[in-house]
Each structure stands twice: as C-alpha cells, then as structure tokens.
Design a protein around this ligand. Structure first.
Ligand code: SF4
Length: 286
C-alpha cells in the first residue's frame, strides 16, 4: 500500500474515529477488560458497562481476589458469560504468575485463559504500543476485500503485519479496525472509503461474491437466539443473579416448563463452564 493511501487512512481516522474510553488509556488491565467485553458484544453496550466494571475491579488483583459470582453478576447484559469466568481466571493467573501486572510478552498473554491470538496482540498494541498487527472481524473483512479473495489465517496475519508502520502501530491498528466497523461493513460504503485506491474488490465494481465471506477472522452470522440453548442459559443465569434457583423451578426459569430433561441438560453446561454450581436443592452462582 502506498504512503499516500496510508496517510489517507490515518487522516480519515483522525477526523472520523470514535472517541471510545479504551482509546484514552494505555493501562494494560483496562485494555484487557475492554477486549474481553468487545468479543461478540456491540460497542455501545460495552461503553455502558466498561467504566462501571473498572470502577469495581480497577486492577487484576482486585478481580482475582473477588468471588467469581461477583464478576458474573456485574457481567449482566453483556452476554457470552463464559468470558466473565475466563477474565476472572486470567486475573488469577496475572496475580499468581505475573505479580499482578498484565504481561507484555506474546507467549505469556497467550497463556492467559480466554486470550487468543487477537486479544494477545491487541493488548500488546493498544496498551504497550508494540508494532504488532491485530486481525479482528473488521480488519479481516477489509483485508479480504482489498485482496479480492478469501484469506487463510496466516495470510491475513502476515498481510496485516506487512502494513503496520512501525512507529505508529497503535493508531494504524485502530484506524484499520475503525474502517471495518464504520465503512467496510456488510454493506460497504466504498465511495467514501480512503482505501478504495488499494481495494481490488472495489476496482472490480464489487463483482462476484463478497470475498470477506468465510475469510480469516470474519465472523459468521449468529444462529437464531429465540428458542436456542443460549437463550435458556441466559434466562437461568439471570435467575441465579437474583439468588439460588430450586431444582423444581429450573425448567420454568429457563422458559421450558414442559421440558425438564432439556432444562437440566442445558443447566449442566453452565456448571461445566464454571458459571453455576449444583447442590442438592438446585443451582446457585459459584
Ligand atoms: S473500497 Fe469498499 S470494499 Fe474496499 S476496503 Fe473500502 S469499503 Fe471495503
């Protein structure tokens, strides 16, 4: 990509990038929390909860030494509650193995529960300003469309790395991510896009199938929520946040009053994920 196009993207980000709370800090713990919350949850919903969460758990040690039930309770409304348990486990590892400080080495970050290649690099770039490249669903979409083909994970990561200006990794990664979130969306706004001069798909007139479909890191449409096991899990967890749920009430709380077998089977997955505990009377938060 030419220097002019790189400059155009950075100029666009300076004008159009959103002012988000995690873009105002380099605190590694705050960045790690934001990345956990942003996995599969919309930005608007995370903004509401992020400040509240950090006020309650300002450091990894504060979180590690709190009951996991407190974290699950505060995670309410963010969905995908397993992330709350993993964040608690990650905080315990940071407390026990890293003296309470979020590590900056890629391998150490990847060893934290719930931290994959994207989140590990996001912490390095957005907290420590390392010259790494992140590939999330937004950047994955931009890269695939610019190359006009589906990319493998290795291709996407290497391409992203080849583009990062070494002295401006933080802003470059933010700008690429923002471009995918605001411009290169499912319905792209190519006429306004600062990268259209480098985009093969745009040059082709956006002909043929969308190259981002099934390309590396690009998320797929979620399956229906209504009537799903996820919905039942969410309902039981909401009930547990209010207090223990007796065994006989579990099917009703989960919305399946006539299907005790399914209710107990799905409730068992909450226990397996560390989100609930089963006792003789029923279920409770761990
Ligand atoms: S020109 Fe269109 S398809 Fe290409 S990167 Fe920009 S918004 Fe995406």
């Amino acid at each position: 990509m030419s220097g002019d196009l790189q400059g155009a993207l950075l100029d666009w980000f300076s004008r159009s990038g959103r002012d988000l709370p995690w873009r105002r800090t380099r605190d590694p713990w705050a960045i790690l929390v934001s990345e956990f919350m942003l996995q599969q949850t919309q930005v608007d919903r995370v903004v509401e909860r992020y400040t509240q969460f950090l006020a309650r758990f300002p450091t990894p040690v504060a979180l590690a030494r709190s009951p996991v039930a407190d974290v699950i309770a505060l995670w309410s409304g963010l969905g995908y509650n397993r992330r709350a348990v993993n964040l608690h486990r990650a905080a315990v590892t940071i407390d026990v193995s890293h003296g309470g400080q979020v590590p900056d080495e890629l391998g150490d970050l990847l060893d934290l529960p719930g931290v994959g290649p994207y989140t590990a690099r996001a912490v390095r770039v957005f907290a420590f300003e390392r010259a790494d490249a992140v590939v999330d669903t937004n950047i994955g979409r931009v890269l695939a469309r610019c190359h006009r083909r589906r990319l493998t994970p290795i291709e996407a990561q290497r391409t992203a790395e080849s583009l990062v200006p070494r002295d401006r990794a933080w802003i470059w990664n933010q700008a690429m991510m923002e471009l995918g979130a605001l411009m290169c969306r499912t319905e792209p706004r190519c006429e306004e896009c600062p990268l259209r001069g480098a985009c093969e798909w745009f040059r082709s007139g956006c002909a043929g199938p969308d190259p981002a479909h099934r390309s590396a890191s690009v998320s797929r449409p979620q399956s229906r929520f209504a009537g799903s096991d996820r919905q039942g899990r969410g309902r039981l967890l909401s009930g547990l946040r209010a207090g223990p749920v007796p065994m006989g009430s579990v099917p009703t709380v989960m919305g399946w009053p006539d299907d005790a077998e399914r209710s107990l089977k799905v409730a068992a997955t909450l226990v397996a994920d560390g989100l609930a505990r089963r006792n003789e009377a029923g279920f409770e938060l761990p």
